[in-house]
Design a protein around this ligand. Sequence first.
Ligand code: BDR
Ligand code: CA
Length: 317
Amino acid sequence: MTTPIPLVIDTDPGIDDALAILLALASPEVDLRLVTTVHGNVELAQTTDNALRVLHLAGRADVPVAAGAAASLVHAQPERAGHVHGTAGLGGVQLPPSPAGTDPRPAVVALAELLLSSPDPVTVAAIGPLTNIALLLRVFPEAAARIGRLVVMGGSAARGGNVTAAAEFNVWADPEAAQAVLGSTLPTVLVGLDVTLPTVLDEHDIARFAAAGPIGAQAAAILQQYLEHARRSYGTTGVVVHDALALTEAIIPGTLDTVRRHVVVDTGLGAGRGQTLVDRRTVSTAPTAVEVAERVDSAAAVEFLVTRLSGLDGRPR
Ligand code: BDR
Ligand code: CA
């Protein structure tokens, strides 16, 4: 076994964020060194508390959690996603509180210190609005330059949006930050709705890890409200766990087929705000090009997630 890749998750838990954190903890290929939190699905204080509780659920309260940005960079975006994730963000499930407190450092400081001190390249999985990563780029550019791989869940190349006709939630929640990140030279993989929407976890998949033990059962409970929302809103019998797919790509690079594309975010205040304009006419060789995930083997991705989550209880199924 090779040395695990140091990993940071920047997150706004969030149901699928919770699954993504659990997936990282279940994966020996990565070593989760830090969780940084951001506003997004719910308010920052809640995303931070949720991150602490999810780590504690998996017996990993030792992983530091540093709180980041409470609001987007330029334009306040007060709308949250409580109707999808539950008002407290974890689908109405009250996980036991963590004995660990929050790291005293602001998220960008904790992230910069980790990047500058790590002898190995660090993978950063950004699965919430990109405010913290944009701040890191601006405040600690020398630390940002040491990111080995940035895997972002966000945007959409061909599928339109999920929060407006044009915009995906994470980009829409802070388009200026997304533009700063996707327009930078960071080695970025963009995992958007093109690959997440076809990757659906159904009741049978969820039942498999629910039966594995107490951690799997809690993960399944967290998903229940999400499943009901999907049933009510889309008439589907499964759920899309966007952030877990992004983590899969962070854990196993190359899981998704990517193409280097030029990506621009619409930061205007009109109907297109938050849209990711992905130029699919050509492969880009520009240093700012982004590896856009365009194809996925959804069945394999679901199997990977279910097997790994079941493994958290020590019994892969
Ligand atoms: C993204 O938005 C959030 O609601 C999810 O946690 C995910 O990161 C999907 O558009
Ligand atoms: Ca998220």
